[in-house]
Design a protein. Sequence first.
Length: 395
Amino acid sequence: MGKVLFKGMTLIDGTGNPPIQNAGMLIEGEKILKVGKAEGLEIGEGTQVIDLTGKTLMPGIINSHVHVIMEPIGDPFSLMAKESIAKTTLRGAANLKKLLKSGVTFFRDMGGYEYIDIELKKSVNEGFIEGPEFLVSGKVLTMTGGHGYLMGRECDGVDEVRKAAREQLKAGADVIKIMATGGVMTPGVEPGSPQLTKEEIQAAVEEAHKAGRKTAAHAQGTTGIKNAVMAGIDSVEHGIFLDDEVIEMMVEKGVYLVPTLVAPYFIIEYGEEGGIPAYVVEKSKRVMESHLESFRKAYKAGVKIAMGTDAGTPFNYHDKSAYELKLMVEAGMKPMDAIVSSTKVAAELLGIEKDYGTLEQGKVADFIVLKDNPLENIETLLQVERVYKKGKLVE
């Protein structure tokens, strides 16, 4: 494939460095050859030039927490229970396209159903269907009757949790998702209650790590978060009730936080009128303020924060990932830090930073083009003008 030069735009490279004005980015095939000021950038004969004067160019968004097979209606689980595996799979394929068109070029799926997520990933990698690249977790590990049991792998005791983790690895999981606490979406469980024990979580972590895979804990209550962090977890998902002690532990151990602020926000916004079960709305209202306060404390303390939305939960649309950045900025995060959380930091969490997450020489040409500068107007990320995946324009 020939070389293509994008020039004249403001370029945000995802590293946190100041934007480059009147920038140039030269790509060939899937890779970035050069990034810098447009003037003086050697391009060679036959290079196609695309003028993006007045636009902003930045890395594609990396969403660290998605449920691609879930439809973001009032009660996603009821729909999944009624429809066939084939239809759920087709729904997942449609959601992949929505994610990609909205500017998400890589993501991490945090809990599938009957290993559909793993087959969808293979299909994208084979070029059979179109979508972002993504990591998969297979079935979530949860105690009997625990959060997510409707679509997860129920397991009790250290040996059974260890076996369950091995099953996910055998099936092709890239990351092991562990339910350390209750949650909002499962009936009959409390968001703050600890569920799998520290020892049980540790068994799953050991199995994942010795296979070279990462782990993530759905962890909302303080005790459960501490159990997960002490067990060696790589990321805490949600982190609703963080106290100073566990924040200090997370900083010390380098544990990432994936806040998913939009998940309870949209549940409260649409409410029972949107068909969301009353118990889900009630629990979301109870946790929302603590969720925001925990995010603010973690950010101030220097916890590594990766952007994730929990897309697929009620009215948490697959093509609205950027709404999470909007909420993070409204909660006090600097716009540049919010962008870095959805590019460089997210790539580091996923373990893909060698090739993805920033616009630098030698990396994969995953990027988006915006009408306005998101540092001045973060909401421009909700209306992405163009998406390029591996150097190709997404049609």
